[in-house]
Design a protein around this ligand. Structure first.
Ligand code: ATP
Ligand code: MG
Length: 173
């Protein structure tokens, strides 16, 4: 189980300065959701999506947020106010070494591997990924993963170390 808020917080510290250096806002919406996933791979996926969002946005910013759906899943969304992806490229952006036609001069570096890796990591985790985009308006990538229902009581009352009940003190470092 992964507390999504913790993942979001670490991404905020990774990207706030990077975005600010380009004059962009990076906004992270608070979330209390817990999800069933691998925390490291999830971070890698979101790092790729957010770095793309920052890279392909000239003004405005990027928003990271999560929405809990009624069917027991969470949609994580990375939205930007960037250059967008032309419809003709929608089918191919997840392919290896595929870069947008229109981005060459503005963003000369990049191999076109980020989204190919993102797709593989999402598939390995069993998470669905998709996006919607409009040229000159922006892009939203969405990753859908299973929600873990956590009893709020359990959260509020952190588990007492077992040792204490045996009369032993626990050493914490
Ligand atoms: P790399 O990630 O290997 O450094 P890259 O960013 O070009 O290079 P991908 O992350 O796979 O490669 O993205 C593929 C292409 O999809 C990009 O070249 C760009 O044209 C388009 N793209 C991806 N994300 C966005 C976005 N948020 N806004 C606009 N275009 C995007
Ligand atoms: Mg990329």
């Amino acid at each position: 189980t992964v507390a999504l808020g913790d993942v979001f917080a670490s991404l905020a510290s990774d990207f706030t300065t990077i975005a600010a250096q380009k004059g962009l806002k990076f906004k992270v919406r608070p979330t209390k959701a817990h999800v069933r996933t691998d925390p490291l791979l999830l971070r890698r996926i979101l790092q790729n999506l957010i770095s793309n969002a920052v890279r392909y946005t000239r003004s405005g910013g990027v928003i990271l947020g999560a929405r809990t759906r009624r069917d027991g899943v969470v949609d994580i969304q990375v939205s930007d106010t960037g250059i967008g992806i032309p419809e003709a490229e929608h089918q191919s952006v997840f392919e290896e070494f595929r870069r947008g036609e229109g981005i060459g001069r503005a963003e000369p570096t990049g191999l076109g591997l980020g989204l190919a890796i993102v797709r593989r990591m999402s598939a390995a985790l069993g998470h669905e990924i998709g996006f919607a985009s409009k040229v000159d308006k922006g892009t939203t990538f969405r990753l859908t993963l299973p929600l873990v229902e956590i009893d709020p009581e359990t959260l509020a009352r952190p588990e007492r170390p077992r040792l204490a009940t045996m009369g032993l003190n626990e050493t914490r470092v």
